[in-house]
Design a protein around this ligand. Structure first.
Ligand code: ADP
Ligand code: TRP
Length: 326
């Protein structure tokens, strides 16, 4: 079964990305039951990011984070979307099978309109490029968040229209897998951790910056000597996620007893984060300092992905009446 998902190239992944996406995907890929395709959606980023240097840096940072967490490029097909240009040709064919009203209805496009800016055509066509990402690789299952559900419906609609016109076996019909079970990691202010709320903890940052994020976690204003409620405190919630059960019980007891301040708790949290992710942090720094190695790892995936992409595209071209006869 082929499982495929795209990762936005929006910078250094935070704890929410780690626990919500990266670590579960890596453990799934280790089970060996699935043929996993994972790619960095750097073509999609062009709808919003103009700066070439920033795009490059973000893409490398995402790649380095996944590799530092143990992604094995021999087991998984891990690639940069833009390294497989076949996807843009397929996007064209799919666009011509897509009714404009379907795209006018897409949440991403409507949100852009609602902001009062004039969206570019890339924003309008975003779901078609995403459909091409999926259909190009004969994907069976696409694990995504709830916010991507509509994009999967659009993908299936486009695939059905194409299959009706050119043969039911042209595209594999993909299924979304929306994992409602996955936990939501709270940010430093207690809301969902998200770049857009500026409440993230990034374990790949240098210690000084990581410390600043940890020290910035919002707490109530109870004095040091007062007992504290672990169930409502953000520092404790994050500590629970990363510390050993013994350490968690210890901190809980300290909270309830009083005489233990949030400053102490933050210091413990920082120590655990540094220890728990020490090898990943080191690997991340090494990879970011060696772009050649990152490129080599991504090239392995690009080669594997292109082999599949070329076959699908040849099938589509032939059915749609492109190329030489025989
Ligand atoms: P952000 O909200 O910071 O922009 P993204 O939307 O780029 O994050 O997230 C990429 C993936 O990381 C999501 O599909 C989701 O699986 C996971 N993720 C992000 N934030 C969290 C969180 N706070 N808790 C759990 N998973 C998260
Ligand atoms: N649009 C997805 C997101 O915002 C990223 C993405 C691009 C994707 N292409 C995909 C996800 C194909 C799954 C399959 O998160």
């Amino acid at each position: 079964m082929r499982v495929l998902t795209g990762i936005q190239s929006t910078g250094v992944p935070h704890l929410g990305n780690l626990f919500g996406a990266i670590l579960p995907a890596i453990s799934m890929s280790r089970s060996g039951a699935n043929d996993a395709f994972l790619f960095i959606a750097d073509l999609h980023s062009f709808t919003a990011v103009r700066d070439p240097q920033l795009r490059k840096e973000n893409t490398y940072a995402v790649a380095a984070a996944w590799l530092a967490c143990g992604l094995d490029v021999e087991r998984v097909t891990f690639y940069r979307q833009s390294d497989v240009p076949e996807v843009t040709e397929l996007t064209w064919y799919l666009q011509c099978m897509t009714p404009c009203p379907m795209l006018e209805n897409a949440h991403s496009y409507k949100d852009a309109l609602a902001k009062g800016t004039v969206p570019n055509a890339g924003v309008f066509n975003y779901p078609v490029l995403m459909a091409a990402d999926i259909l190009l690789y004969d994907t069976n299952v696409v694990p995504v968040g709830k916010d991507q559900k509509q994009h999967l419906e659009i993908t299936r609609d486009i695939a059905s229209a194409f299959n009706r016109a050119y043969g039911e076996d042209t595209f594999v019909m993909p299924e979304a897998r929306i994992d409602a079970e996955l936990m939501t990691i709270p940010g430093t202010d207690g809301r969902k951790m998200s770049k857009s709320y500026n409440n993230t903890i990034n374990v790949f940052l240098p210690e000084k910056e990581l410390k600043k994020q940890v020290m910035g976690i919002v707490t109530d204003s109870k004095a040091l000597e007062e007992p504290k409620d672990p169930s409502t405190d953000n520092v404790f919630q994050l500590f629970k996620l990363v510390a050993s059960p013994d350490a968690v019980r210890g901190m809980e007891a300290n909270y309830l007893a009083g005489g233990y301040g949030y400053g102490h708790a933050k210091k413990e949290l920082l120590e655990v984060l540094m220890a728990r992710f020490s090898s990943e942090r080191r690997a991340f720094q090494e990879l970011m300092a060696d772009r050649g190695r990152l490129d080599d790892q991504l090239a392995i995936g690009a080669e594997k992905a292109r082999r599949v992409a070329r076959q699908t595209l040849a099938r589509v071209r032939e059915r749609a009446g492109y190329g030489r006869n025989g």
